[in-house]
Ligand binder design. Structure first.
Ligand SMILES: Cc1ncc(C[n+]2csc(CCOP(=O)(O)OP(=O)(O)O)c2C)c(N)n1
Ligand code: SF4
Length: 272
């Protein structure tokens, strides 16, 4: 029997989902539905936009106005929607490849504009849907189908990248710590301006298998044992932080929001 939340927020007719056994994208999708409900957002005022990837499939299951857009372009579509209808709550659901490789340029400019969009990144450290190619968040030295001898690229820290580009809210949580993820996503949705929450997901089929991380339970156990709260980082030395998942809110700032600034120009130049 589906839970009440699932009955209220999901398109039951589209289930079962396509994700592999043990994939934590579903846990995060359910967490987002909970966060939306906790914020009291009305279905008619909320739109969820995704890119392409296993992560992007979530919009097929969430019972809101949703758009499954082209790879890397979710923020471009979301920006258009928010500019046309600023009253809407616009939420983007995307993968690490979608947002930081092909969509990287859209990301930095959305951050810079501080447009009121909430961007949830399901980071599984790999391209899941297309068979396990390395992404900009695959750690250096890790393996992927396109890095059979180890990845020599340095990996992006997506929330820190967003903060540096001007996002007024950036944060990270994990699928293991789903209650923290729900609470952070809630704060991100309530935040006025561009907010980004990375939720570290597990892909046992590709990232896990290629890197001998064990099954999904082991991978979630690893998240539990290797997460460090942002507040504790200042007291730790660099060596102890290396390889850890830093969770929590990295910044939550006030800055003029883009659609409001745009409206001020419209009001100023409108022929009286
Ligand atoms: C323009 C374009 N290039 C490439 C693809 C193929 N493609 C589909 S999903 C994907 C990667 C998705 O990876 P990620 O965003 O990390 O999501 P995940 O599947 O891991 O959840 C790629 C390269 C595409 N659909 N469109
Ligand atoms: S390939 Fe990976 S990310 Fe995609 S559904 Fe399977 S476990 Fe999840």
């Amino acid at each position: 029997m589906p839970s009440k939340l699932i009955e209220r927020e999901m398109r039951i007719a589209n289930l079962p989902h396509i994700w592999c056994p043990g994939c934590s994208h579903g846990t995060i999708m359910r967490g987002l539905a909970q966060a939306i409900e906790n914020c009291g957002l009305k279905r008619e005022d909320t739109i969820i936009v995704s890119g392409i990837g296993c992560s992007g499939r979530a919009v097929g299951y969430m019972d809101f106005d949703t758009i499954h857009t082209t790879h890397g372009r979710a923020l471009a579509f979301a920006t258009g929607i928010k500019m046309a209808e600023p009253r809407l709550h616009v939420i983007v659901l995307t993968g690490d490849g979608d947002i930081s490789a092909i969509g990287g340029n859209h990301l930095i400019h959305a951050c810079r504009r501080n447009i009121d969009i909430t961007c949830i990144v399901l980071n599984n450290n790999i391209y899941g849907m297309t068979g396990g190619q390395y992404s900009p968040t695959t750690p250096t030295g890790d393996y992927a189908t396109t890095a059979p001898y180890g990845n020599i690229d340095r990996d992006f820290d997506i929330p820190l990248l967003a903060r540096a580009a001007g996002a007024t809210f950036s944060a990270r949580a994990t699928a293991y710590g789903v209650n923290e993820a729900i609470s952070i996503m809630e704060k991100a949705i309530r935040h006025k301006g561009f907010s980004l929450v990375e939720v570290v997901s597990v892909c046992p089929s590709y990232y896990g298998r290629k890197n001998r991380k064990g099954d999904a339970v082991r991978m979630l156990q690893w998240q539990k044992e290797n997460s460090v709260p942002y507040a504790a980082v200042g007291k730790m030395n660099e060596e102890d932080i290396k390889g850890k998942i830093i969770t929590g809110i990295f910044n939550d700032d006030d800055f003029p929001e883009y659609t409001e600034e745009y409206q001020k120009i419209i009001d100023r130049v409108r022929v009286k």
